[in-house]
Design a protein around this ligand. Structure first.
Ligand SMILES: [Zn+2]
Length: 119
């Protein structure tokens, strides 16, 4: 008797991640239950140095496993890093997390302030 098996096409691993996701920082598919609240896709961080060599600003995108509700997170982090950057507690709780629309507004506000400040 002839049997045939229908194979599913191989899933491209990156198709399970938003295009901006950096697999180095992605915990969306962490396997341990302890990490269930920390399952996020994350982009590679954009880093802003400060006047303090031990303090740095990290800005990145993050989204839950289903990729919806993309947010921007900006954290003030202290060097040297003892854990992966996305797992660090921000310095004195200094962290902003906002949806893309608010980040867009903030971007315009910052640009206006910088322009005005340079007078
Ligand atoms: Zn991801």
């Amino acid at each position: 008797m002839h049997t045939s098996t229908t194979r599913m096409p191989a899933v491209e691993p990156t198709a399970l991640h938003p295009r901006w996701c950096s697999l180095d920082a992605c915990t969306a598919y962490s396997l341990t239950d302890a990490d269930v609240d920390a399952r996020y896709h994350r982009s590679r961080p954009l880093v802003v140095e400060t006047e303090d060599p031990f303090v740095v600003l990290y800005a990145h995108l993050l989204a839950p496993v289903d990729g919806s509700g993309v947010e921007v997170e900006i954290s003030e982090l202290e060097r040297p890093f003892t854990r992966p950057w996305y797992d660090l507690e921000p310095v004195r709780g200094r962290q902003l997390v906002m949806p893309l629309e608010r980040a867009e507004s903030l971007r315009h506000v910052l640009a206006s302030l910088v322009r005005a400040g340079r007078g």
